[in-house]
Structure formats: C-alpha cells, structure tokens
Design a protein around this ligand. Structure first.
Ligand SMILES: *[C@@H]1O[C@H](CO)[C@@H](O)[C@H](O)[C@H]1NC(C)=O
Ligand SMILES: *[C@@H]1O[C@H](CO)[C@@H](O)[C@H](O)[C@H]1NC(C)=O
Length: 974
C-alpha cells in the first residue's frame, strides 16, 4: 500500500512538472524545453545550435545582454577537445558592471548557474584578467584567469527570490571581464539543502570516484546537468565498480546519477582514505561544506562502517554504513571554518569488517545572502522605462544594490524595510522621446521625479496621481499637451507637491484654458518677447561696459596681467567675452622685448619657434613664445592657437596671458611653468635630481587627463590637441600639470572635412597608427597619445626604444611574459601595485589599435581618479615592494613568475589530492603543493604548483610553470 502510494505520488509529481514545463515554454522564450537556459556568449547574434555532446540547444547571448563585444579565441587555442561554447566569448571593456539577465524563472525556486571562461588570447594582448562575478546582488566569485588555454568555471546553487536573476561581471581594475558560456538549470527545492534563502553554495569540486575512463558525466545522464569530473585514482587506492542500477529515495537530497554511484574507491593497502584540498586563498567564503556520496558495491553482508574526520575531529557525528539499494549521502549545511588546508580522513570504526569507500564527492564554499535586491515592482517599472526610452546610462544589474553599483540618475531608500526602493528618478536632459509611460506610476515609492528638458509628447497620464509619496514632479521643457490631472494640480495647490510644468507649448493648467489655446499662447509669446528684449538690452550694456573698460585700460596700464593667473580655477568659455579679452591682452613687439630682456633667456623650442622666459612689469613670470618666420606653421595656425587659447580656460591647461601681432612679429605670452616639462621630469635632468614618486605621477596623469577631457568635452566645438606628449605637459611650482601647445589644435566643426589634414602632424612615437591610414585625427588619437604618455610615466622610458621598438610593444611583451615588475620605473619609490597595474592596463586600452576600443578622455579621468583613490587608500599600510624576485633554481626547466595576490589561481584550486597513510605522506608532500594538469591533453600537460606558505601576507605567491610533470603525483579533481 505504501509503495503504491509512493508511485502515484511520483507520477503525479512528474505530471505537474511536465505541465509546468509546458506552460513555461508557451509563456516564455528564454527557457528551452527542459527549463534550461544555455548561452554561448559571443556567438553570432540571434543564432543557436545543438551541442554535439550534450544534444542541448545553445543560444547566442543577444537577448540576455545589450553591452559588450563578441570575440573568438585565437586560432592557436582552438582544439577539438574544447566545448563549442568556449570558442567565442563576450568582452566588456566599458562600464564597471555588465550583466546578463536570465528571465522567466520561478521566484523562490532553486537554480544551478554555471559560467565558463576561456581567455584564449582573444584580444591578442596576452593579458590575463581578473574580475568578479555576482549572481543577483551577491558576490559569487573572483575569476582569475591564470593561463590563456585552461577553461575556468564557476557554479553556484542558489534560491532565486525573483522571477529573474542577473549575472554581473565586475571590472575590478585588473583587466577586461569576459565570459564564454552561461548556463542555468532548475533544481528541485529538495536538492542541496545547504542552499537556502540565506545561503548559496559555490562549487569548489564535484568528482566521480573509481574507474571512470576519463569521461565527464553531465546531461543527459544527469538530468540537472551537473558536471561530474573523474577523480583520478592514485596507486594507494583501489577502484571498485558495479553494473547494478542504483536508485534514489524519493526525497534524495542529491539524486546523484546511477552511473556516478556505480564506481567507487577504497584504500589499497591500508585501512583509511585520506586526502586534502587547499582553498583558493582569495576565496571570501566563510568556510567549506562537503557532500560525500556512498553506495555499497559489495554483495556480501559484511559490515562496512566508517567515520569522516576533518583534521583530527569527527566531521559528522554518526558513522556511515553505505546502503546496497539506495544511494546515500552525508553532508553538512553549515560550513566548516576556514583553514588554509582541509585534511580529510575516512577511517573505519572498530566494528567494521570492510575498509571505507567513497563513490562521489562534492565540495562547496558558501556565500551568505545578505543584501536585498530592489523591490521587484520598482525593478520591473524601471526596466520598462529603460526599455521604452532606450536609456543609455550603463544601467545594468540591480538598480539600488549593491549600493556601490547603484544606477546613475536614481536614489534609493534603504532604511524603512530591508527592501531598497527607488525614491528619486532624475532623467532630466536624457533625450527622452515619446509619451510619458505609465510605468512611472509603478515606481510606488518615488518622491522626486525629474523628466525636465526632454522631448516628451502627449499628455500627463492620470496614473501619476497614484504616486502618493511624490513630492516633486518636474516636467519643464518638454512638448507635453493636454491638461494636468486634477489630483496633481490639487496637491500642487495645497503645497504637498512641487509641480514644474514650464516651457511646454500646449500644456495647460486647467481644462478651461485648454479649450482656448490662443488665449493661453499670447501671454507666453509676450513673456518670450519681454525676455528676449531684456537679454538684448543686457547684452548691449555688457558690451558697452567691456568696451569702455578696454579704453580705460588702454590709457592706464601698460601691460595687463590676465585674470587666469590669479584665478586659475576659473573655467567656462564665453565666446564674446573671450574675443574681447584677447584684444585686451595684445602686446606690442617692443613690450615683448622688454618683458624678455631682449629674448635673452631661451627656455625651449616648440613647433612655432623659440620660447623665452620673461617678467611682466609687476614681476609675474611669463613664457613668451615667438613665431619663427621660417616656421613650418604659418600665421594662420598661430592665430588659430591664439583663438583657441582664449576660448579655453581650465586649471589644467596652460593659461594664455596675451598675444602679440605686430607687423611681422607674432608671439604668445603664457603663464610661466617653472618646473618645466613632464618629459624632463621623467627622463631629463629634473628626473635625475628628484625623480617623481608614483603618487606625483598619478596626480600629473589625472590633471593632464582632465585638461584633455576639457578640450574634448568642455569646449564647443570640441578641440583635438593632436600633439599630446610629455614635453607638452608642463608643471608649475606645485608640480601641478597643465597641457601646453595648442598650435596643432583644430576645432572639430560640423563640416565633413573635419580634422583631415594633408600633412602628418604630431610627434613620432605618440601618433595614432590609425592616423597614418586615414590622415584623420579624432579625440581617440589624443587618447592614444595620452596612453603613450601614461606608459612613459609607468616605465620612465621614451616612447621609442632603439631598435626601433615602440614602448607599447615593449610593455606588451613583458606583460605577456608575466614580467610586470621589469616594466616599472625603479625610481618612483613606493607604489600600490594595483594602481600601477591599473594605470598600465588603462594605457594599454588607450593605445588599442582600434579607436573604437579606446576609452574616452572622460573614462580615462574616471579611471585615474580610481587609481589615485587606490593609491591614497593604501598609503602607509603597504611595504615598498609588492613584487619580489628571487631565484628558485631547483628545477632547470621551471620558470618562476610572481603574481599579485589579487590574481589568485582560479580553478586550479579544483584539486583534491590524496595523501596516503601518515607515515608515507611526509615524503610525498614535502612542498606543501597541489598539482593541476591541463584540461585538454595529457601529452602537453602543464602543472601549476602553489606554495601555500607564501600566501597573502607577503602579497605575492609563487606560481611555477613546469612542463611534463606526470599526473601520477596523485588524484586530481578536474
Ligand atoms: C594538514 O596536513 C598537513 C600534512 O599533510 C599538515 O601540515 C597540516 O598542518 C594539516 N592541517 C591542519 C589544519 O591540520
Ligand atoms: C536632476 O539632474 C539635473 C542635472 O544633473 C539637476 O540640475 C537637477 O537638479 C536634478 N533634479 C533633481 C530633482 O534632483
């Protein structure tokens, strides 16, 4: 009777399951017929295929993400043994956070999510990145790519609270994040009890023990598509196998496939099984949990009973006796504490007649689910808004959480309950087109909604009246029409709502006025006319005042000192004003002769001619640049520079005090930058006398980047410098950097010949290679040159080495060899290796061959700020040398590479190595290492040893690449 009941229950369950899947398929498109999501990231858009080994459909990632660039791994790394998903990938050079959204899930159910990564030198840079991944708002894992050819995987089992989950890649400044594959599999709630609403489990290792002929078991043998990798059996263990089908009890917590349970290991000559694993030192997990799976393969009735010990203590209170009918498991839900090494012993009890066995083993680290995701109603609403207006602000992942990655343009409340709510949405000047979507009305907790300065049309939806917390609604400067919903109007009248509706041609305050459009319009026109007249009058007054001032100044002063000296912070550019100012600052040639004491003190030569030092009558030091009559650049360019300079005021741009156009003599008078050029500080006398520290270099980099950013974005039309180099970055007494020499600057105007020149301008070594092809300079050419400048600051070297070898190649080569330390300028004293690394990476992306892949100057400024924060944040707590080199010459064919602690070894930690009986172990384990072998081929296997004793304290640990180490060293989990 009981048996019958169980059967019907199971059948019923299946029916429910099947109908659930059927419904799911009909309603949603992201899931396949099994409820799986299988994404081949970077696969050509909107295409799919059936994987030849698993027979599962894989889709391109088009519908899951809208950022990033598709790539294929380099041909060199393509091997037949690789899963197809690993051949392509999507890379994310832009934004800190990029997320895949997996939809159509069932809120509150348990899912397995797996991400795979194979670098394969896809970008040709041979730069192995490190980045973080998150599931939802929770930290999942740090992905450290340690070799170009070994795939890395991350798997999490978690209860997903919503009907969607996002998988986000976070750029932590250690290289460009990328992803090759992403898979989601639904699990029954009864599976993996350790994964619950407050804790997710992250796979460390899942192995199948016994004779496994090296095959990986996954779907369709495992209906949940877990990947069971063979656990190579060491000599001190014996393999067991059976062909009987192993059943699962109805509420089995693991449902390990029968074929996994059919094989096992047992000790060969001793009574116990021992092994250990070393966790990833970068792992933020509070500890590890394990699940051992057992089945009795011996048909005799002899007793097999054993205990499992972690170190010297029982890990599980009661002894285990494997069943000979059903698969059994022993597992914990709470993690064992953190150890640098987990030593496990499986030891028979005194009653036992048989030695212990293990059929399969899973090891997980845990992630506590702490933060809460934003209210799902808010998320759905903001997603709909993002979709409708195609908001392009890098809005990805959860809008509010984690707080560090909250979306730009909105504020959230975190206080009232645990669930963050969106309280402010500011889409002012965001180019919104179309009507006001009712999705705004679904942001139920919103208090401030600013949609001003857009092109919104249509009427204000009544639904906005339902927003009871709304305190401010700004609709200024749109093209709205119709009447204002009565309720909003009432609230605005009683003062509970600030309603701004100005500058909307056809919007009317009440329904009556709507019927009489002409009446409504005439006061508008009147107002406009009045405003225009007032502005005109003001303008005339201003011009008159300036004119009179100039006259007076002409009478009373000999030489006027530009205000920018006194107020270098002053920014902004008023065209009319500047032109007048320029005329104000005109010098006569004989004045220049006086200022420079007959051009006695030459301090440099620019594209124009010579530069002289001088003093104004009030003592202010200036630099006077005289146009060489035989200069390749003509009067035209000279005037262009004068014109540009007067338009441009920024604290990081050298300030023009005045100019001279007196007969044949042309000259420019600048503020004097007493510390000279950056070039001189990096490679010249000044650099020898007192080398710049890394912190000073970083500041100079940031300041000059700000100067360039201002040229690119703060000026209308934008200016391209076209000759960015270290000798055009000048330093004042406080070592503040200012960009000089706008002689080559050319306004990028609207006409199509923008920036096209017939002669090459710029300086060899700094010149964008693209420029040689197109003769066209763009903002991205400046970015390229600035990248070279950054490399000079990091290395202290000139852009071109004898050879000639370009600094970019030189650095690239050393980075590829893992020889980062040798790149750095030894004279720069203390530095935070992460900030230097980040600047180097930034420089490399600035100098990308393809202009589209280079960041903008604004991105550069942001990144440099982060570097500076990194540098300042760590000042004082770090010792000078984070990279140390020493000779470990024990092995002639081994190479020693030092890595930053933050670049930990990723999946190489997937090793569980067997230790034989204690007596034997001392000899085998003298180095305290673990081994790893190549995933794809045995003949060309590569082993990474890691010495646990050199861990985080020293901020560096050793990784040795040793070729041809046999796998017999021990069982390797893979
Ligand atoms: C694990 O075993 C190794 C020797 O195999 C020993 O050095 C280490 O201290 C042990 N770890 C702990 C935490 O007991
Ligand atoms: C929205 O942003 C604009 C520009 O950033 C700002 O001027 C405005 O005050 C903001 N509105 C609110 C409600 O904060």
């Amino acid at each position: 009777m009981a048996k019958f009941f169980r059967t019907t229950k199971v059948v019923g369950w299946c029916l429910i399951l099947m109908s659930f899947y059927a419904i799911t398929i009909r309603v949603h498109s992201q899931l396949d017929s099994l409820g799986f999501i299988s994404i081949d990231c970077g696969y050509p858009d909107n295409s799919s295929y059936i994987d030849s080994s698993t027979k599962m459909p894989y889709n391109s990632d088009t519908q899951f993400i809208d950022t990033g660039t598709n790539y294929r791994i380099a041909t060199l790394y393509i091997k037949p043994s690789l899963d197809k998903q690993l051949l392509s990938l999507r890379s994310f050079p832009n934004s800190t956070r990029n997320c895949y959204t997996l939809k159509s899930l069932d809120a509150g159910l348990k899912y397995l999510i797996r991400a795979t990564f194979l670098y394969g030198n896809y970008d040709g840079l041979n730069k192995l990145p490190t980045f973080d991944i998150y599931f939802g708002i929770n930290y999942w894992k740090t992905i450290s790519i340690s070799t170009a050819d070994a795939p890395v995987a991350a798997e999490v089992i978690a209860v997903i609270p919503d009907n969607q989950v996002q998988v986000c890649l976070i750029n932590t400044g250690l290289g460009t994040p990328f992803i090759s594959g992403l898979e989601l599999r639904p699990l029954k709630s009864v599976l993996y009890p350790a994964a619950n609403a407050t804790q997710a489990i992250i796979l460390f290792s899942r192995v199948n023990a016994g004779p496994t002929d090296n095959t990986v078991i996954r779907y369709p043998i495992d209906p949940y598509d877990r990947i069971w990798r063979p656990w190579n059996t060491p000599q001190v263990w014996t393999e067991l196998a059976s062909t009987s089908t192993i059943q699962n009890l109805p509420n089995d917590h693991f449902e390990v496939p029968s074929s996994v349970m059919q094989t096992a290991v047992t000790p060969a000559n001793s009574s116990r099984l021992q092994f250990y694993w070393i966790p990833d030192p970068k792992d933020k997990s509070p500890g590890y949990i394990s699940a051992f799976h057992f089945f009795e393969l011996n048909k005799s009735k002899a007793l097999r009973e054993f205990n499992i010990y972690l170190h010297d203590k029982l890990w599980y209170a009661s002894p285990v006796t494997p069943d000979n009918l059903y698969s059994g498991s022993i597992y914990g839900a709470d993690p064992a504490p953190q150890y640098s090494q987990y030593n496990v012993s499986v030891i028979p009890t005194s009653k036992s007649e048989l030695p212990p066995i293990i059929n399969a083993l899973e090891i997980f680290s845990v992630a506590y689910i702490t933060g809460t995701a934003t209210d799902s109603g808010d998320v759905n609403a903001i997603m709909a808004i993002k979709e409708k207006y195609k908001v392009n602000r890098g809005w990805m992942g959860d809008p509010c959480a984690p707080q560090a990655y909250a979306w730009e343009g909105l504020n959230c409340s975190f206080d009232t309950s645990n669930t963050p709510r969106i309280t402010t949405l500011n889409l002012s000047s965001s180019g919104l087109i179309g009507d006001i979507t009712t999705s705004f009305a679904n942001l139920k907790a919103i208090q401030y909604l600013d949609l001003s300065h857009n092109s919104l049309t249509g009427s204000i939806p009544d639904e906005l009246s339902n927003l009871l917390s709304l305190k401010l609604l700004d609709l200024t400067s749109n093209q709205l029409n119709g009447s204002i919903p009565a309720d909003l109007l009432k609230r605005s009248q009683d003062g509970s709502l600030v309603l701004r509706i100005g500058d909307n041609r056809d919007l009317c305050a009440n329904e009556n006025s709507c019927e009489l459009p002409p009446k409504k319009k005439s006061p508008m026109i009147l107002i406009i006319v009045i405003v225009v007249v007032v502005i005109l009058v003001l303008l005339i007054v201003v011009i008159l005042v300036l004119y009179i001032r100039r006259k007076w100044q002409g009478v009373y002063r000999k030489i006027m000192v530009a205000p920018c000296i006194d107020n270098p912070q002053e920014e902004g550019s008023d065209n009319a004003g500047s032109l007048l100012q320029l005329e104000n600052r005109q010098f006569k040639y004989n004045e220049l002769v006086g200022i420079t004491e007959c051009f006695r003190r030459e301090i440099g030569r620019g594209g124009f001619g010579k530069v002289y030092r001088g003093n104004l009558e009030n003592g202010t030091e200036v630099a006077v640049k005289m146009l060489n009559e035989s200069s390749s650049q003509g009067v035209q360019e000279f005037l262009a520079e004068a014109k540009h300079l007067t338009r441009v005021h920024h604290k990081n741009l050298v300030c023009l005090i005045g100019y001279c156009k007196d007969g044949d003599h042309c000259g420019l008078v600048y503020e004097y930058m007493c510390e000279g050029t950056l070039e001189d500080h990096l490679r010249g006398q000044a650099g020898n006398d007192s080398p710049l520290t890394w912190k000073q270099r970083l500041r100079i980099a940031l300041e000059s980047a700000q100067g360039l950013e201002y040229l690119h974005t703060g000026c209308t039309p934008p200016l391209i410098h076209r000759d960015v180099k270290t000798s055009n970055i000048l330093l004042n007494a406080n070592l503040e950097a200012k960009i000089a020499d706008f002689g080559l600057s050319k306004a990028t105007s609207n006409d199509t010949t923008t920036g096209i020149c017939t002669a090459v301008v710029g300086t060899p070594g700094y010149l964008d290679p693209q420029y040689y092809i197109t003769f066209k300079s763009s903002k991205k050419s400046d970015v390229y040159s600035f990248g070279v400048v950054l490399l000079e600051m990091v290395t202290g070297e000139a852009p071109i080495f004898p050879g000639p070898v370009h600094i970019i190649e030189w650095v690239q080569q050393r980075l590829a060899e893992g020889d980062f330390e040798n790149v750095l300028d030894m004279r720069m004293g203390e530095y935070n290796v992460n900030s230097v690394r980040k600047v180097t990476d930034l420089a490399m992306s600035c100098t990308a061959q393809e202009p589209g892949q280079r960041p903008t100057m604004s991105d550069v400024v942001v990144q440099l700020k982060e570097c500076l924060i990194l540098e300042l944040g760590t000042a004082g707590i770090r010792s000078h040398n984070m990279y140390s080199r020493s000779d470990h010459s024990s092995n002639s064919n081994s190479r020693t590479v030092y890595m930053d602690a933050s670049e930990s070894i990723q999946s190489s930690a997937f090793k569980v190595e067997h230790v034989s009986d204690v007596s034997e172990s001392a000899g085998i384990r003298s180095h305290n290492m673990y081994s790893r072998s190549d995933h794809s081929s045995n003949s060309n296997s590569r082993t990474v040893y890691m010495d646990a004793s050199e861990s985080i304290q020293s901020s560096a640990f050793k990784v040795e690449h040793v070729s041809d180490v046999s796998e017999s060293a021990g069982p390797t989990l893979r």
